[in-house]
Design a protein around this ligand. Structure first.
Ligand code: THU
Length: 140
C-alpha cells in the first residue's frame, strides 16, 4: 500500500462526511499491520460537541476490527496548507498509533508528513498510567 493510495482512500472517505453545520469535510485512512485499510469521515451532531472527527472514527474502526498495530494514517481536508489534526485526534493517535507516520494533505496536494510523536510532544499516554499504577502497588 503506497502513501499515495492511502491519501486517495482518505480523499474518497472525505466525500462521506456528514458536515451539515461546518460544511468542512475531512477524510482519514488508516493502514494496519495486517495490510487492511480503514477509513473515516467527520460526522457532526446538532449538539455540536458530540461531533466525531474523521481521524478518530477511522482509528476506532481499525481498533474495532481487531487491528493490533497502526502503521500509517492519512488525513485530507480543504485547508490552505496541509491539514493539522485537532488535539483530541492527536491524543488518540498517541494512545493507539504511537509509531505511526501521518500524511496530511489538502485538495491541492500540499503535503506534510510527520510521526505521531511530533504531533504531540511530551504527551500523556498509557505508559504514564502504567508507571503510576506500578508505583502505587509498591506503596501498598
Ligand atoms: N475535524 C476533523 O474531522 N478532524 C480534525 O482533525 C479537525 C476537525 C472536523 C470536526 C468538525 O466536523 C469539522 O471538522 C470542523 O471542526
Amino acid at each position: 500500500m503506497s502513501e499515495r493510495a492511502l491519501v486517495e482512500a482518505a480523499t474518497k472517505a472525505r466525500l462521506c462526511a456528514r458536515a451539515l453545520y461546518s460544511n468542512f469535510q475531512v477524510g482519514a485512512a488508516v493502514l494496519g499491520k495486517s495490510g487492511r485499510v480503514y477509513t473515516g469521515s467527520n460526522v457532526e451532531s446538532s449538539s455540536y460537541g458530540l461531533t466525531l472527527c474523521a481521524e478518530r472514527l477511522a482509528l476506532c474502526v481499525a481498533l474495532h476490527e481487531g487491528e493490533e498495530e497502526i502503521l500509517e494514517i492519512a488525513v485530507v481536508a480543504d485547508t490552505d496548507g496541509a491539514p493539522g489534526p485537532c488535539g483530541a485526534c492527536r491524543q488518540m493517535m498517541y494512545d493507539f498509533a504511537p509509531q505511526a507516520r501521518v500524511t496530511m494533505e489538502n485538495l491541492r496536494g500540499d503535503q506534510r508528513v510527520v510521526q505521531v510523536g511530533e504531533l504531540l510532544p511530551w504527551g500523556f499516554g498509557p505508559g504514564d498510567l502504567a508507571a503510576f499504577n506500578t508505583r502505587r502497588s509498591g506503596d501498598e
